[in-house]
Write a protein that binds this ligand. Structure first.
Ligand code: MN3
Length: 257
């Protein structure tokens, strides 16, 4: 893992400096390569269903307190995320035709699998991928976003605070369970939300997520009960801007494959 010192060397420009630079920067959005952003084991290798497994967090369960409490993290990671993995494995074991397909292809185009198991596959491979993505978007040692990401956010939203307000608003408006995402969309950044365990890459979507917040009640209920707005506000205290910045860089500089 990159040390905080190295991270600061990469991204340690003050907000004031970034603000002045942003006025003259025009982000160049080349072709995104969404697959590079999801580092979940097995998701991007051919016929790698058996590699799909729960990975340990890179911080302790209580490291995000008081914003995200230890018990929520234990249950969310150890029970909910594990359940998506276990349920997906059961479906794949019972349907050998799926085993011949690549997990990434299935996640992005669930019509590849038989209709009778499509919903189960979609929900559980989405749950696997989304949570693997989500854990790496949080850290107890949040640093500054890259100058390039700040410039893109200011171009698309006006300010980081305006972007956060747009994300929080979309998260609040997501009825029931789902996710809210900050995505690279054509030549700008945008906020979208998805129901259940869907993500913007499903159905061959072209939006590339660089940040996603879980707004299922299981992500916040123990600490925040019904106060989803308070959870969303608190979440920004644990954002890993390093991961978001590097995901943005990958999404906007890598050739589309
Ligand atoms: Mn969840």
């Amino acid at each position: 893992m990159t040390s905080p010192v190295t991270r600061r060397a990469l991204f340690g420009i003050t907000a004031a400096t970034i603000g002045s630079l942003a006025l003259t920067r025009t982000p160049v959005f080349a072709a995104p390569r969404p697959g590079q952003l999801y580092r979940a084991p097995g998701l991007q290798e051919a016929n790698a269903w058996d590699q799909i497994a729960l990975q340990p967090l890179h911080y302790a369960y209580d490291a995000l307190e008081p914003h995200i409490d230890r018990q929520t993290m234990e249950i969310h990671h150890g029970k909910h995320h594990q359940a998506y993995i276990d349920n997906l494995a059961k479906i794949v074991d019972a349907n050998p035709v799926i085993r011949d397909l690549d997990p990434w292809a299935v996640m992005t185009d669930s019509t590849l699998v038989p209709e009778e198991v499509r919903a189960g596959v979609r929900n559980n491979i989405g749950g696997y991928a989304n949570h693997a993505f989500f854990w790496n978007l949080m850290t107890p040692n949040s640093l500054d976003p890259s100058a390039e990401l700040v410039a893109a956010i200011e171009d698309s939203f006006g300010s980081i605070e305006d972007m956060q307000a747009a994300v929080n608003d979309a998260g609040l408006k997501r009825f029931g369970s789902g996710w809210v995402w900050l995505v690279v969309q054509n030549d700008h950044l945008a906020v979208v939300s998805t129901p259940n365990q869907d993500n913007p890459l499903m159905d061959l979507g072209a939006d590339i997520p660089i940040l996603g917040i879980d707004v299922w009640e299981h992500a916040y209920y123990l600490n925040y009960q019904n106060r989803r707005a308070d959870y969303l506000t608190a979440w920004w205290n644990v954002i890993d801007w390093y991961t978001v910045s590097t995901s943005f860089e990958t999404a906007t500089t890598s050739p589309r494959t």
